[in-house]
Design a protein around this ligand. Structure first.
Ligand code: PRP
Length: 220
């Protein structure tokens, strides 16, 4: 799956697995869940920024030598899929303090699992730029595809969208890749499968509920 050119799976280091071990544990408290999730989110966002175009930019070092460097060549903004996507905003603002962040409110219907779009509010000039689309969970891919459609309707080019996912199911990656083959997907783990309730296995439960502390149970 990660051999797909549009999918960037973070290197599966022991360190990353140790972070996942904390957040996957159904008994993790909200403090441990948020702290360790944020460390993974930081890695995801840095990897997402690496997907943007760069231009050469030399600097002179303190010893008078030239460092042949790079800087981003494009304007970037972010769009968070409410609610879980908002969990990525704090880390993003730490990395990129001035970044503009649009919102798209999409909720899965509890019975049908189909996404429903309620609201969007995007930066006015989003059409010309590159977009980090913050959507931690890619299960069926329905919510991500609905959010991508909102961006396309606003004039964003498909190849300028980088989807930042905490975890993804193969089914979700396939759904996004089939519908929007030029969207880049950055993800920290690809799960085994979806279960009959369209939840990921082994999964992490309801990311939004666990991050914001709105559930009594980590299992979903
Ligand atoms: C969850 C999750 C994603 C979506 C993924 O959102 O945060 O947005 O489901 O599922 P899909 O790929 O099958 O569409 P939910 O609607 O539960 O809202 P939440 O963000 O408030 O938890």
């Amino acid at each position: 799956m990660s051999s797909q050119p549009n999918v960037h799976l973070l290197p599966q280091t022991r360190q990353l697995r140790a972070l996942h071990t904390v957040v996957r544990d159904r008994h993790a408290g909200i403090d441990a869940f948020v702290h360790h999730s944020r460390r993974i989110i930081r890695l995801l966002l840095e990897a997402g920024l690496d997907q943007l175009p760069f231009t050469e930019s030399d600097v002179t070092t303190p010893v008078g030598a030239t460092y042949r460097g790079l800087r981003h060549a494009v304007d970037v903004c972010a769009v968070a899929v409410v609610r879980a996507g908002e969990s990525m905003e704090a880390e993003l603002r730490d990395i990129h303090p001035g970044i503009r962040i649009g919102k798209i409110l999409i909720q899965r219907d509890k019975q049908t699992k189909l996404p429903h779009l309620y609201y969007s509010h995007l930066p006015h000039d989003i059409a010309g730029g590159h977009v980090l689309l913050l959507e931690p969970m890619l299960a069926t891919g329905g919510s991500a595809n609905a959010a991508i459609d909102v961006l396309l309707k606003a004039g964003v080019r498909e190849e300028h969208i980088v989807l930042i996912d905490f975890i993804a199911a193969p089914e979700g990656i396939r759904a996004v890749s089939d519908a929007h083959p030029h969207v880049k997907i950055v993800v920290s783990s690809i799960e085994e499968r979806l279960n009959d309730d369209a939840f990921m296995v082994p999964g992490i439960g309801d990311f939004g509920d666990r991050y914001f502390g709105t559930t009594d149970s980590g299992a979903r």
